[in-house]
Design a protein around this ligand. Structure first.
Ligand SMILES: [Zn+2]
Length: 451
């Protein structure tokens, strides 16, 4: 009998953003050759029994920073362990650096070191000198660009003039503007005032970043984007007030995508007292009320993307809060914790989770249907997820270079047991099988999908 498939995954529940069905998945070379019931085994190279398990598309983590304790290689390893098969890296173009050189450097590093496929967003820290090169970035396959509306003290903030100018260029080229929406100058004033008074730093941190300031910056970004007719992507939305602003803009028909992160869906500001400087992230962790509002928004399909904002830093719990760096390791735990907190609690079905982690980012960045779905012809990027396996997250079972995880001791039900990219096993039962450099660069192209 002729060889039918290189690999046959049998009896699993195949999940897409629109539903679940019991089906076998036959893989030939790098692609899915068929999805159907009772596919013939013939002389399949390998048969994997996935009964009782989900077969999901590989996760596309649309928000990672490979410039801290994990480089593009290390980040791909920690991500793959968590079921991520595509990474969208922010190429940080710090003040004084050039956009095009930076993109080239990131591409080169990814081609050498990445175990998973990857795309690149430009992160402009100084658009006044960098935005002029945006059109050339499209030729390199980069079409999404982030600006900060905060971090003025760090000299990373983009003012409204340059935000408008950047959106002008991005809109003309058919790209996507992304913003970190927080009113930086207001926070800076509040911080200076509070720190002079010698108040508790953790309290000051929260108090000087009230929810109004996320909503205000979002409204401003949305207004500028509307005037410039530029599609907008809000990274890491965290508040109920922000959602209200979004609702209004969407009601008026504006094209805006919104992302939130696992940390805002699983944790609250109470973590600052428990975990000290480890829980210093930007935007800050919010109240339980905000967390619930985010889940409600997700339940009604109002949030397109969950991305990790993986930014692993060296720090200790007891470090002086304002001196400690922002960020936490998140990509490896993203699927497991959002599944546990969303699906196991009955808030959402697994299909909605797959829409946000896989299908929607794939569509927004023009990778669909190559990525983000398990169907005939798509890349064989997939995760076999065992919903019955209990897993306790500990720093010692994670693969990031960060010296901690915010989820230490958290017991989750459900985890990926096999992760595959383009027909090749990346991780199986916790063992890494991939080689650095096997990941491929993916050009993005912004698709205007309205949700
Ligand atoms: Zn980020």
């Amino acid at each position: 009998m002729a060889k039918t498939y290189d690999l046959l995954i049998r009896g699993g529940l195949v999940v897409s953003g629109s539903g679940i069905r019991r089906a076998d998945v036959g893989i030939q070379g790098e692609r899915v050759a068929s999805v159907g019931s009772e596919l013939p085994a013939g002389e399949a190279g390998r048969i994997i029994d996935a009964s009782g398990k989900y077969v999901m598309p590989g996760v596309i983590d649309a928000h990672v920073h490979p410039v801290y304790e994990d480089d593009m290689g290390g980040l791909s390893v920690t991500a793959a362990h968590g079921g991520v098969t595509t990474l969208m890296h922010y190429a940080s173009v710090k003040p004084g650096m050039k956009l095009i050189d930076t993109i080239k450097k990131f591409k080169e590093e990814g081609n050498q070191k990445s175990c998973v496929d990857f795309g690149i967003h430009g992160a402009l820290f100084d658009p006044s000198s960098q935005a002029g090169d945006i059109p050339k970035a499209f030729d390199l396959g980069v079409s999404s660009f982030k600006m900060f509306m905060t971090y003025a003290k760090l000299k990373w903030m983009t003012d409204d003039y340059h935000l408008t100018a950047a959106m002008d260029v991005i809109a003309q080229k058919g790209g996507l503007a992304m913003v970190h929406a927080e009113s930086g100058l207001v926070t800076d004033y509040l911080e200076d005032r509070s720190l002079k008074r010698g108040e508790d730093q953790k309290e000051v941190f929260l108090k000087t970043r009230p929810d109004f300031l996320e909503a205000e910056a979002m409204f401003r970004a949305l207004s500028i984007a509307a005037v410039m007719d530029c599609p907008l992507y809000i990274v890491h939305l965290t508040t109920a007030k922000g959602l209200q602003v979004l609702e209004r803009a969407r009601g008026e028909g504006q094209l805006v995508y919104v992302e939130t992160c696992p940390q805002y869906l699983t944790m609250t500001d109470a973590e600052l007292q428990k975990q000290g400087a480890l829980a210093k992230i930007g935007p800050a962790l919010r109240t339980e009320m905000d967390r619930m509002a985010l889940w409600k928004a997700i339940q009604r399909g109002f949030v397109e993307v969950i991305g990790s904002d993986h930014a692993p830093k060296i720090k200790r719990k007891e470090d002086p809060f304002f001196e400690a760096p922002y960020g936490s390791p998140q990509t490896e735990t993203m699927l497991t914790v959002t599944y546990d907190e969303g699906v196991n609690t009955g808030r959402i079905g697994v299909s909605r989770l797959v829409a946000m982690l896989c299908e929607n980012p794939s569509k927004i960045f023009g990778l669909f249907p190559k990525k983000g779905i398990v169907q005939k012809g798509s890349d064989a990027d997939l995760v076999i997820f065992d919903p019955a396996q209990v897993f306790t997250i500990q720093h010692c079972n994670q693969h990031s270079g960060a010296p901690y995880t915010l989820y230490e001791g958290r017991r989750c039900l459900g985890r990926p047991t096999l992760v595959m990219q383009r027909g090749q096993v990346l991780v199986e039962d916790g063992a890494m099988k991939a080689k650095p450099g096997q990941g491929k660069f993916l050009s993005t192209k912004i698709t205007k999908v309205k949700y």
